[in-house]
Design a protein around this ligand. Sequence first.
Ligand code: G3P
Length: 478
Amino acid sequence: DGDVFNYYADGKWNKSSSGKFVPIINPTTRKIHFKVQACTQEEVNKAIESAKIAQKLWAKTPLWKRAELLHKAAAILKEHKAPIAECLVKEIAKPAKDAVTEVVRSGDLVSYCAEEGVRILGEGKFLVSDSFPGNERTKYCLTSKIPLGVVLAIPPFNYPVNLAVSKIGPAIIAGNSIVLKPPTQGAVAALHMVHCFHLAGFPKGLISCVTGKGSEIGDFLTMHPGVNCISFTGGDTGIAISKKSAMVPLQMELGGKDACIVLEDADLDLVAANIVKGGFSYSGQRCTAVKVALVMESVAETLVKKIKDKVAKLTVGPPEDDCDITPVITESSANFIEGLVMDAKKKGATFCQEYRREGNLIWPLLLDNVRSDMRISWEEPFGPVLPVIRINSVEEGIRHCNASNFGLQGCVFTKDINKAMLISDAMETGTVQINSAPARGPDHFPFQGLKDSGIGSQGITNSINMMTKIKTTVINLP
Ligand code: G3P
């Protein structure tokens, strides 16, 4: 019935007093693969309490020592890439090679946090008063960056390790402590990752990982008075969290409906390669996936054919075989995707392949001649289905992109850099990629969504800054 894993708090592995477990369903077999502890609110209280105590000492630990431990954790994480990747394969059906890449990328991210942290936290500012009207040079102001306290990290199922460390690394280098609530699917991979931090020798209580049902501990965590910052990546839950949380800085990365605008002069082979990679890697379960292609009518026929040829080459099957397209995360997700497909069918979209599904496995599907009255034009399938909308002008493409409630990333393909820059300015998204599919990385680049796609900016440097406050000391001269 699946191995049972303990949660991590106060520097040790614990069983919950609830005596209950949360099952983790393998998306491929649709059977229980692992179980994690269903923590109680009391256990969450204890984890936050010990995080609070550990943080006070950690904030006084020299920056270079914090960095040293993070480098150690990063190295251990990379050494453990095989067993962690194996969990990702079983829990979230990530293709085997991508699962390893996620862990290696995470180790690199943690090391970069250590390096960036010692640089940006190692310097402050010195201001003098006489630059403001009416003041003499009688006040000297010194600024430094201080930690916020306890950071609550909630990553999503699609990167349970990488999107956890993208919160843990910046928080820890900046002198905060971490309470991690991993996604249920991906929880065991996250616990393994936390074990690497444990082995690196961080003080007890500084990092904890509580597992459990969202209905039992979700709101309790996000509304907890002991939490001083929330960094969340995921879906609509983030909007609910932002309404319920009070007086804590929020970092949120939510959904996206990333548009790809294709101009007449674009290199269509490049576009096709990027649309297939951007739209179908990890079966489209990325917030930065290409989720709608807006293609100039004059090149649409040729481009659709090129994409179709590439889609035909995608391998479909279990993640263990490193297939390109693997089962989507849950049955309800597969049902939702199917609902979008059926709606498009009813309303007359052109199916470039036949729709096919077995269990949670959905074959890649390209839909041409999609119109804006179809749900797939606006909703994110989080699955291997990509709509193509044919446009007659660039303005039409920009209008569609900006009419979305999301604004994560977008991309434009053209050989004309001037046009590309103007389109980038006009697109209401946090990032616009010119001649490449949307992507979060490299992980030190700023990453942010406009509108319903998020609050604040991520990327290593921005996250470190976000997880600190400015403290000033003013010396008043006689
Ligand atoms: O869906 C999570 C988002 O952060 C995507 O990351 O690296 O696939 O662009 P990436």
